[in-house]
Ligand binder design. Structure first.
Ligand code: ATP
Length: 625
């Protein structure tokens, strides 16, 4: 119930329309309900006494009531539509804005497809329920009360006959609603699943085609689609039972009333007009029961949607700026003080264990480690995409939790592993980094990120449309555009999470050289290739969430077993003795995995071996994906 009230609270300025709409329905119903009484009078008084004047006057009154009922009905429809669609728009906006505020950890709680369903289908369900249910929701109870009142007024005994039938109807309807309610929740979850399959397939449609998995995807879709059809069938099979229940009640009541009414007319206790008027009220009362039961069914379905929407709206944003935040980041120094981190409070293992690191402002740091060793996790703590579970992360000498989030994230620019560009031109995408950037600024960032190498070839240059998700450029070009976008923020700390994996080694070196010229900016580079970090001031080797070693290329090459292994395997294959043969460029985009990974939280075994992970997936040397 409190969720229903919460959603009603979103009416905002449309509350006036909702209230006006309700009033109009009450007036409309009242006018309509007077008509049978006027009709009964025409039969019992006008026709019985052959008083044409009376019949005419009552007829005109009936017409006026019908016309007023029609006008108020029309006015109601206008206000109801405004309230309904206004509420839908406000709900979608509230959900969308809340999702924007959510942290990565918050977003981990929801499937993307489920969020889409909650912002679209669930809101539509509420809209439809309100649109179709608003009128009967008000009209049903109003007609029920007035109908019963007037039925008792016309004939008490007949009204009691009718009252006798009602409990059966009420109990049967309550049972149907109780059974159908939970099924609606299941139905919405099934819609989630369908959206999930469709979204995943559309996002990965190129991979589907490349791997010739169309049949498999179709089978997946068919299974979920048929599941949805089955669930809908099951749900509506029960929902439609309300109609037979109501009609059985209607005809039983009508038959009984005709029988009793007929006896009463024969006994001279009732007039024909009275019985006709009474039967009209019986119809109206039963109609109002039909309306109320339909509203209950609609409401039951929308309650499931309301709950799902409230789950999004009530998700507490766990990363917010503090009360009195610091708005200036003094410098680009970064420090990890005994930091441990787990993605979920109930996770058995930490993704990072007791990490201690000190990165001076303006220095360049490389981060190496096997797949899943915690590299991405480590850097995501710097702009506070997640908060450390234990210990603290400092930027510019202050705990990241003491900064204004926006100020911190403006000072720490991260090029995520999964590069994302948006629909729009190159210029629009780059301006994400700095909306005020001039064309000169954009071209300068493009030069540094080596975007200039292909920008001329894009029709329109900066005005070239990248298409949805940047489909109109290659993987390597996308990475370079993302680097340029990050540079435009003019950050104090620049983080590259494997951001040059899809560019050729020569361009990678070029980009590194131009970044080296950015003095005063701390650069943290996660890379698979030793060559990408060999020139760094210090290199951090991660292993199973722990810092295995820190040092320069020469120091690590001389002392660290994991670094030696990585280096050797990249220069001469997994078992090579590359230590002695000097540094060479690593193969294009090879990824490296340890073949006998140690248990999480334990130091890496000395004999750990690193192997190349399917380099063919990453493109050939010197090329771009
Ligand atoms: N959102 C998440 N929720 C739960 N666990 C996660 C999440 N992201 C990563 N992990 C887990 O945390 C660990 C470290 O992952 P992380 O992405 O930091 O590794 P990585 O070194 O960057 O790997 P890669 O080189 O493959 O990108 C892994 O065991 C991974 O499965």
């Amino acid at each position: 119930m409190h969720e229903l009230r919460r959603i009603v609270g979103f009416l905002g300025p449309y509350r006036r329309d909702a209230i006006l709409g309700m009033l109009l329905v009450v007036i409309e119903s009242a006018f309509e309900m007077v008509i049978p009484i006027l009709m009964a009078d025409i039969i019992d008084v006008g026709v019985a006494t052959r008083d044409l004047d009376f019949i005419f006057r009552q007829g005109v009154l009936m017409l006026v009531c019908a016309a007023l009922s029609l006008i108020t009905g029309q006015l109601y429809a206008r206000h109801a539509a405004r309230a309904t669609y206004g509420l839908g728009a406000r709900l979608r906006a509230a959900e969308y804005e809340h999702v924007q505020e959510m942290s990565f950890a918050n977003l981990d709680h929801f499937e993307t497809s489920s969020l889409i369903t909650r912002m679209t289908t669930d809101v539509t369900v509420i809209q439809n329920a309100l649109n179709a249910g608003f009128r009967p929701m008000v009209r049903g109870p109003v007609m029920l009360v007035i109908g019963f009142g007037l039925a008792f007024y016309l004939n008490m005994q007949l009204a009691l006959v009718f009252v006798g039938v009602s409990p059966f109807m009420i109990v049967a309807l309550a049972l149907i609603v109780r059974h159908v309610g939970p099924l609606y929740g299941v139905l919405q979850t099934t819609v989630d699943k369908l959206n999930d399959v469709v979204q995943e397939m559309l996002t990965a449609v190129r991979a589907v085609k490349a791997y010739v998995r169309e049949d498999y995807e179709c089978a997946q879709f068919r299974a979920v689609n048929e599941g949805l059809a089955r669930t809908s069938e099951q749900t509506f099979k029960f929902a439609v039972l309300n109609m037979p229940v109501l009609y059985v009640s209607l005809y039983t009541a009508t038959t009984l009333i005709m029988w009793f009414g007929g006896q009463m007319i024969l006994g001279g206790e009732l007039q024909v007009g009275e019985l006709t008027g009474f039967l009209s009220y019986v119809m109206q009362i039963l109609n109002s029961f039909i309306m109320i039961s339909n509203v209950f069914l609609l409401l039951t379905r929308s309650l499931a949607s309301i709950h799902r929407i409230c789950e999004v709206l009530d998700e507490p944003v766990d990363l917010v700026s503090p009360e009195a935040p610091i708005t200036e980041v003094a410098d680009g120094s970064v420090e990890f003080r005994d930091v441990s981190f787990k993605y979920r409070a109930d996770a058995a293992e930490n993704a990072l264990e007791h990490v201690n690191l000190s990165i001076p402002a303006g220095s360049t740091v490389g981060v190496l480690g096997g797949t899943g060793s915690g590299k991405t996790t480590l850097v995501q703590l710097i702009p506070r995409l997640y908060d450390a579970s234990e210990g603290s992360v400092l930027v510019g000498g202050r705990d990241v939790r003491s900064y204004d989030l926006e100020a911190l994230r403006n000072a720490v620019s991260i090029v995520l592993q999964k590069n994302v560009l948006f629909s729009g031109t190159v210029r629009e995408n780059l301006c994400w980094g700095n909306p005020k950037a001039t064309t000169e600024d954009l071209l300068e960032a493009c030069r540094r990120a080596r975007v200039d190498e292909f920008l001329d070839r894009l029709p329109g240059g900066l005005e070239y449309d990248l298409g949805q998700g940047g489909v109109n450029v290659s993987g390597g070009q996308k990475q370079r555009l993302c680097i340029a976008r990050a540079l435009l923020k003019r950050p104090r700390v620049l983080i590259f999470d494997d951001s040059t994996s899809a560019v050729d080694t020569a361009t990678d070196a070029d980009i590194r050289a131009s970044l080296a010229a950015l003095t005063g900016v701390t650069k943290i580079i996660i890379a698979q290739r030793v060559s990408s970090v060999a020139d760094a001031d210090q290199i951090v080797v991660l292993d199973d969430g722990r810092v295995h070693a820190v040092g320069t290329h020469a120091e690590l090459l001389a002392s660290d077993s994991i670094y030696q292994e990585i280096y050797a395997s990249q220069t001469h294959g997994p078992k090579g003795d590359g230590v002695k043969r000097g540094h060479q460029a690593a193969p294009g985009n090879a990824g490296w995995v340890k073949t006998n990974p140690s248990q999480k939280g334990q130091a890496a075994p000395e004999n750990a071996e690193w192997v190349k992970t399917n380099p063919s997936h990453n493109g050939s040397e010197g090329g771009e994906r």
